[in-house]
Design a protein around this ligand. Structure first.
Ligand code: SAM
Length: 305
């Protein structure tokens, strides 16, 4: 356990999909003033250096945020066609890189913090188990001086989520929460834990918005996860959205090169009604910009709208 470090993968195509969906969902929820409880069950270190040793080893951002930024926000020459959701995502990342060159990538805790509203008293609850990443996350969050607005716990995020839902009522009495569940799936049991967590939480708090990231890899548990989540939502009469992005094989890879992760998905329980049209416009742009070779593609399915 704990060989996974998100720093090797920060800003890759999976982060691009995940954080674009996260921002689009949050923007919609934040149109209503009552406070939101935000939970990141698997938070990572919070901030990543794209020019650091970890990022250099895998260089995965080159096929993700670096490529997207270069295509849609080139320093010179014409920019490719973007969408409002991608502009929002790129603006968020650019906000962490005031010099103009991409040096820092914001993980989900910082993406969420960027959008939180002090006046609405939004709260952010972060869980990270890895000893080093949890320490780094705490140090990064401390710099924000956000006080009680943000908490960091070195705990199992699946367990830590339990006492947080349903969230406390806002001033107007409504209970609102968005939960990001983004495990590394380093251990096979994570797949079952995600499904069990969704099953339990949509019973405890049926109106919550839950975002689950999952890898698209040739492993039965991974293949089954979106299917199980659809069944759980259908049984509980909850609307859902499932989006995937496959960038395909790297054509420069030789037959003996390991392909790495080439596809992933986001499953959203109780998605905003606008998310489908947002992604209908955005996924083709992501595919056209990040797609590389054999196996590239996108999917978007919804139910219950
Ligand atoms: N959500 C982050 C982002 O988008 O920037 C990336 C998170 S990374 C994919 C998954 C993280 O979960 C790793 O940092 C790993 O150490 C941590 N982790 C693994 N099992 C955990 C658990 N049961 N509870 C909390 N964190 C866990």
């Amino acid at each position: 356990m704990f060989s996974y470090r998100h720093a090797f993968h920060a800003g890759n195509h999976a982060d691009v999909l995940k954080h674009t969906v996260l921002i689009a969902t949050l923007r919609h929820l934040m149109q209503k003033p009552p406070s939101l409880t935000l939970v990141d069950t698997h938070a990572g270190a919070g901030l990543y250096r794209l020019d650091g040793d970890y990022a250099e080893t895998g260089g995965e951002a080159k096929d993700g945020i670096v490529k997207l930024m270069a295509a849609l926000r080139p320093a010179q020459g014409p920019a490719g066609a973007s969408t409002p959701a991608l502009d929002d995502y790129l603006d968020t990342v650019a906000g962490f890189n005031p010099s103009g060159s991409l040096r820092v990538y914001p993980g989900s805790p910082f993406v969420m913090h960027q959008l939180m509203r002090a006046e609405s008293r939004d709260r952010l609850k972060l869980f990270e188990l890895h000893p080093t990443d949890s320490r780094t996350l705490s140090a990064n969050i401390a710099q924000l001086e956000a006080g009680r607005q943000i908490s960091v716990a070195r705990e199992d995020g699946f367990e830590g989520l339990r006492p947080l839902l349903p969230p406390p009522p806002s001033a107007t009495g409504s209970r609102r929460a968005l939960v990001l569940i983004d495990p590394s799936y380093e251990i096979k049991t994570d797949y079952a834990k995600v499904a069990g967590c969704i099953q339990e939480q949509i019973r405890r708090f049926p109106t919550g918005t839950f975002l689950v990231w999952y890898p698209v890899i040739p492993r039965p548990e991974a293949h089954d996860l979106p299917r199980r989540l659809k069944t759980l939502c259908n049984q509980a009469s909850r609307p859902w959205l499932n989006a995937s992005l496959a960038i395909g094989q790297d054509p420069t890879n030789g037959p003996d090169d390991r392909p790495g992760l080439t596809a992933s998905g986001m499953f959203v329980v109780n998605p905003p009604h606008t998310l489908k049209s947002t992604l209908q416009a955005t996924l083709p742009v992501l595919l056209a910009t990040l797609g590389r070779g054999r196996g590239k593609g996108q999917t978007l399915e919804t139910a219950g709208f």
